[in-house]
Design a protein around this ligand. Structure first.
Ligand SMILES: *Cc1c(COP(=O)(O)O)cnc(C)c1O
Length: 398
């Protein structure tokens, strides 16, 4: 875990993503952080070891607890989130489950939304209830219902915005006020937006979690998770992670650090590309619907304008006709990988019906507002004209 009470400098996010945690020379003057594969750190004498173990001196003892490479990543993310403390995890799900398990002991109550990320939903529907936690899931866009549920009292309010795959936006500011009035902790999954497009802590959240596997790393080559927020809360989760054992591997920390150095320029390009593609698809006669928070016809466009500085690289759309058109379009696209991933430099697409939401029944998908012929499209950083030409030839096939 990395934390600081240092005076916050007003530095741009790109500057921060390049220099944050790296404004120093490393081993023998190295300008780039070494990957410290060490499991354990040796001491010349027992006193020094004792001082590090008791927190009197800075240092590392055992890499399940802390590691110099992961510490640099945590410092960079702490600065990008403008947080007091940050802790890394082996995966996004580890960040989410460790956080929820720390605060949701038996008898506690959590309120969340029906369409969180698939793995998170399983926690809410199976694992947490089995642990004796009272879980209430609200319709993502019904903020009155959220407030009503929160007003009855809860310990944690867990939000995810934008959502997968229809990019709904949750009003963080409004719901955080309601949650704080009943003494609840507010946790936001900011994976889709990243600190570049949305700053949940500034909007009232207490903690922000990420799958670093997606946009933060950005190159589809490392799994990881991040938790940022107030020190007293992050410390509690860190203590649980030390024992739970979900530490981030130093090599993955290095790859995510490398990805983060270009986070802002990548996100700005993802935002621009998505906007170009949304404009193209919205005008296309063979398209029935386009979902993207940046367009005025989107259900939550006004909230998106209020709380986001960019709308992200994920959009979804449904072609007219039935599912055979989805299959034909996806299989005709050349500049797209069909894969269970998003947030990478390359464009990735897939049909939620037979992938992320394959286990939901058609009725459940309908309730979640997911059309049967939806295509989720995670726009990469390629040239938008090429992606549009590719979509054009694929749509010609149907
Ligand atoms: C992928 C994802 C996760 C889980 O992250 P992993 O790194 O795959 O464990 C959590 N939340 C969201 C929004 C995601 O997209």
């Amino acid at each position: 875990m990395n934390s600081s009470k240092k005076q916050k400098l007003h530095i741009g996010l790109s500057t921060q993503s390049v220099w944050g945690g790296e404004d120093q020379l490393f081993l023998e003057g190295a300008t780039i952080p070494p990957v410290s594969f060490n499991v354990a750190y040796g001491y010349e004498n027992v006193e020094d070891w004792y001082d590090v173990a008791t927190g009197k001196k800075q240092g590392h003892i055992y890499s399940r607890n802390t590691n110099p490479t992961t510490a640099i990543l945590e410092e960079k993310m702490r600065l990008l989130d403008n947080a007091e403390a940050c802790c890394s995890f082996s995966t996004g799900m580890a960040a989410i489950s460790n956080t929820l398990y720390t605060f949701l002991t038996p008898g506690k109550r959590v309120i969340s939304q029906k369409d969180t990320y698939g793995g998170t939903s399983v926690l809410f529907m199976d694992f947490l209830p089995a642990r004796g936690v009272d879980v209430q899931l609200c319709d993502t866009s019904n903020f009155d219902a959220f407030e009503e549920a929160i007003n009855k009292g809860c310990d944690v309010l867990y939000l995810e915005t934008p959502t997968n795959p229809t990019l709904k936006i949750v009003d963080i500011k409004r719901l955080a006020v309601a949650a704080h009035a009943v003494g609840a902790l507010v946790v936001v999954d900011n994976t889709f937006a990243t600190p570049i497009n949305q700053q949940p802590l500034a909007l009232g959240a207490d903690l922000v979690v990420y799958s670093a596997t997606k946009f933060l790393g950005g190159h589809a080559d490392a799994l990881g998770g991040i938790l940022s927020g107030e020190k007293k809360w992050v410390e509690q989760v860190f203590a649980y992670r030390e024992i739970n054992g979900a530490a981030l591997h130093p090599m993955s920390a290095y790859l995510i650090l490398r990805g983060l150095r270009t986070l802002e320029i990548r996100m700005l390009r993802h935002n621009d590309n998505a906007e170009c593609i949304v404009r193209y698809l919205s005008d296309h006669p063979k398209i029935a619907a386009v979902f993207y928070p940046g367009i005025p016809t989107h259900l939550n466009h006004q909230i998106a304008l209020d709380q986001m500085t960019g709308f992200g690289g994920v959009l979804s759309f449904s072609p007219k006709g039935d599912y055979t058109n989805v299959k034909k379009i996806l299989e005709s696209l050349k500049l797209v990988r069909l894969a269970a991933h998003l947030g990478s430099v390359d464009t990735i697409a897939g049909p939620p019906r037979t992938t992320s939401h394959v286990e939901a029944s058609p009725e459940q998908r309908k309730k979640l507002g997911i059309p049967e012929n939806l295509i989720r499209y995670s726009v990469g950083i390629e040239n938008a004209v090429d992606l549009i030409a590719d979509l054009d030839q694929a749509l010609d096939q149907v």
